[in-house]
Design a protein around this ligand. Structure first.
Ligand SMILES: [Zn+2]
Length: 452
């Protein structure tokens, strides 16, 4: 019997491999009213309306992807809430956090947030939260945006590629972070220093990588560390690509500065040596670097210096990607990977002896915490939303870009075989499918509904 209402639970999901906060073990997850009520022994007697035994198929907490460019309204031909959330659901992600740029308008004012929420409403297959944007001159909009429901703020220290989302300079970063210092909301930063970035010397991939060297990330992170130290605000480095910066981040963390970092599946999966000539679907900023750097990123992730892995799903049209020309100077930078983020990371992680508990920590708990959603998302624990993913960790599949639910069929993973297949998904206790009814809600920091 459920202590909450006196009625029987709605659902129990059993698995021999449940990814819990303290490891992977057999368990039964009891769900009532959309929430996880308890976590019991695998064979526990529970009188639930529905009893699902997954056997050896693993059960993960629904992943939280805190770095997604949905691009709607305004560039809906690049992606959109309907396609992005269906792709997320197909990939085991039950909450996405939308970036403030590449949409029109960019989310730098309350009106723009309202426009975005209106565009999203009714279309979402998974839960969606929104980042606000910090740009020159909008420091006065930050507190109102937080009150209106954004989960924190994104800024750039270098050209974003979008004229209406210009970068902050050192002083602008500090004023914006000062606005946030009392709020607990993070400033998440695209950290490349424009003084260390140059024009590529040619159209190829090596020239592109050389034009955006690790030192550009290092100098920008130093700027962020100083701003965090000066203001006391929480800072976060998005898409860390230069493994050598782990030492700098670790030192800042050790000295008590409120700094975290994420990396992305493509930096952990690919290496520059393997990028075929002219394949601009591999272009993103900062770039995928060479194999020793990939190893350094893995070690920083395993050591906990990098806290999590999120997709930085940043699609565009086939045309914008300039696949025919194969010129890395002119192609749009961004890798679409919402649907394959989990298997891409798992494919490498399992060979390194990591477990699904690591995956749950990196791809669910950490991003949920960053987004201020930890009370209801990010793990399988009593009181959490019953966002659950049945993950067949030993199965494999070949990625076909054209078959992904992303709006545009462009993927550097095309043709790759990845480990791990999402079999079933529950969102707040309701089993959901990418083609089914849209049960996603719009969330504010703290996890309550944006409307409420
Ligand atoms: Zn991004």
């Amino acid at each position: 019997m459920s202590p909450a209402t006196g009625a029987h639970p709605d659902l129990v999901v059993r698995s021999a491999q449940v990814a819990l906060g303290d490891g992977v073990r057999p368990a039964a997850v009891v769900v009532h009213g959309g929430k996880i009520e308890s976590v019991l022994e695998y064979a526990a007697t529970v009188r639930a309306a529905s009893d699902v035994d997954l056997g050896d198929v693993a059960l993960l907490p629904g992943l939280v992807d805190s770095h997604v460019h949905v691009n709607e309204p305004g560039r809906t031909e690049w992606e959109g809430f309907a396609s992005a959330t269906a792709a997320a659901l197909a990939g085991g992600i039950t909450t996405i956090c939308d970036m403030p740029l590449n949409s029109v308008p960019v989310t730098t004012s309350v009106d723009a947030l309202t426009a975005k929420a209106e565009a999203a409403r009714g279309q979402c297959a998974v839960d969606v939260a929104f980042w606000g944007g910090a740009v020159p001159g909008n420091a006065g909009h930050l507190r109102p945006l937080l009150d209106a429901g954004v989960i924190g703020f994104k800024c750039f220290l270098i050209d974003s590629g979008i004229p209406e989302f210009p970068p902050l300079d050192r002083d602008g970063l500090r004023s914006a972070m000062r606005e946030l210092s009392e709020t607990g909301a993070p400033m998440i930063v695209h950290a490349e220093d424009p003084r260390e970035v140059m024009q590529p010397s040619g159209p190829g991939y090596d020239a592109f990588v050389a034009s955006r060297p690790p030192v550009a990330e290092r100098r920008a992170i130093e700027t962020v560390v100083s701003a965090a130290a000066a203001t006391g605000a929480r800072a976060h480095i998005v898409h860390l690509a230069a493994g050598e910066c782990a030492a700098l981040i670790s030192a800042a963390q050790a000295s008590g500065i409120d700094l975290t970092a994420e990396t992305c599946p493509h930096y952990l999966f690919f290496a520059a040596e393997e990028v075929p000539a002219g394949h601009t679907e591999f272009k993103c900023c900062p770039p995928v670097r060479y194999a020793p750097n990939r190893e350094a990123l893995w070690r920083a992730l395993e050591a906990g210096v990098i806290g999590g892995v999120v997709s930085d799903h940043s699609p565009c049209t086939v045309e914008e990607k300039r696949l025919a020309e194969g010129d890395f100077r002119t192609a749009w930078g961004g890798i679409a990977s919402l649907q394959v983020a989990l298997p891409a990371v798992w494919s490498v992680a399992r060979k390194r002896g990591r477990t699904l508990a690591d995956i749950a920590r990196w791809m669910s708990a950490f991003p949920a915490s960053l987004a201020g959603l930890s009370d209801s998302k990010g793990g399988i624990f009593p009181g959490a939303d019953a966002d659950l993913v049945a993950f067949d960790a030993t199965a494999a599949f070949e990625v076909r870009a054209a078959d992904l639910r992303h709006k545009n069929p462009v993927s550097p993973y095309d043709g790759r075989t990845l480990a791990g297949v999402v079999r079933r998904t529950w969102l707040r206790g309701t089993e959901v499918t990418p083609d089914g009814p849209r049960h996603g809600r719009l969330l504010r920091r703290g996890g309550t509904e944006l409307d409420a």
